[in-house]
Design a protein around this ligand. Structure first.
Ligand code: GLU
Length: 348
């Protein structure tokens, strides 16, 4: 009897000692269902509620004291700036008021990297934030969601994950929010940072880090506590026959900045010389990025130079991350000082 009481007391003490981790559910395939267990397409994403996600992995309760929050239940293609502003504020509030020592955010894979990047540059605290997703719906044979959630909770509750910014974790890998991108429409091994690699891996439930999130850039931070909206920034796609007049359409539709996913290292047809003129006339900065998926765009392109006019380049950021950074920079500093805006995209 005495031994039972002692064991029970020891169990209670150790459970109460576990860190508090909040799982914020936003939707995606990880919460998806499909009638057939052998089909991983044409399922309904964003069906399961946060409690069902947690109940599917009772083992997380050995890692942390878990609290679930249903933030939204949407496919991540429906994520938007106003939700991201709210999500970032929620993360900061939960950490700063002591309700959580680590955060897990379940999300769709399609725009996971954008939300992760947005949070990374608007969250300034040391507690770990682990973004997690799945490529197979919850009903599939070998669904990847439950184990990914287990590893995300292990990451969010690990002391070794402190001060590493916002991370993305799937398929036993830990990726940086800044560099990691979705590279494959189907495979569970879709998230990669081609040039920079992973930050670490899991050895069972233990995150093993290779690197701190090294940055070629100074880590920007934007205080969005009083911000409810951000300027509209569009992405246009470069290709053979690409039409420069789309820039004008974008500007007349309210874009305050434009990122072009250019071919190669930022090349555009000579007909796009006009972009520099559009910028000067409209005050809307135009930034060259690359559709290739990795590495830098060239700072200047002779064939696009038009007198004193110039344009910005996205450095190492892919178009979708450059778009978010440009939104935040324009919101805080406006677009008239081009060298100030460019500084946020330049390596040290
Ligand atoms: N398109 C949906 C989303 O991004 C499902 C894809 C996924 O989560 O893998 O949320």
């Amino acid at each position: 009897m005495k031994l039972t009481i002692l064991l029970f007391a020891a169990f209670c003490a150790s459970a109460a000692d576990l860190p508090h981790v909040t799982i914020i559910a936003t939707g995606g395939t990880i919460a998806g269902v499909q009638k057939s267990s052998t089909s991983t397409t044409n399922y309904k994403d964003s069906e399961l509620a946060v409690d069902a996600l947690i109940d599917a992995v009772p083992e997380v309760k050995d890692l942390a004291q878990i609290n679930g929050v249903q933030f939204s239940n949407i496919g991540s293609e429906n994520m938007n700036t106003s939700l991201l502003l709210r999500l970032s504020k929620l993360v900061t509030t939960l950490i700063s008021n002591g309700s959580a020592e680590g955060i897990v955010i379940t999300h769709g894979t399609d725009t996971l990297e954008e939300s992760a990047f947005f949070l990374d540059v608007t969250y300034d605290m040391s507690a770990p934030v682990a973004m997690v997703a799945a490529m197979r719906p919850s009903t599939a044979l070998s669904a990847d969601g439950p184990f990914n959630i287990y590893e995300a909770v292990a990451l969010a509750s690990s002391k070794t994950a402190i001060n590493r910014g916002v991370m993305m974790t799937l398929n036993d890998r830990i990726g940086s929010a800044v560099y990691t991108t979705k590279t494959n429409t189907r495979s569970v091994d879709t998230f990669k940072a081609v040039e920079q690699g992973y930050l670490g891996v899991f050895n069972d439930k233990t995150p093993v880090f290779y690197y701190y999130p090294a940055r070629a850039y100074k880590k920007p931070f934007f205080d969005i506590s009083g911000v409810d909206s951000l300027p509209k920034v569009d992405i246009l796609y470069g290709h053979i026959d690409s039409d420069v007049t789309l820039v004008n359409n974008s500007i007349s539709n309210g874009a305050k900045g434009i990122v072009v996913a250019c071919t190669g290292d930022g090349s555009l047809p000579t007909t796009w010389k006009e972009i520099a003129k559009y910028w000067t006339e409209s005050g809307v900065p135009i930034m060259r990025s690359s559709r290739t998926g990795s590495s830098y765009v060239a700072p200047g392109k002779d064939n696009l130079t038009l007198g004193e006019y110039s344009y910005l380049n996205s450095g190492n950021y892919n178009p979708q991350k450059a778009r978010i950074l440009l939104q935040l920079v324009l919101n805080e500093f406006g677009g008239s000082n081009s060298s100030l805006v460019q500084k946020f995209f330049d390596p040290y």
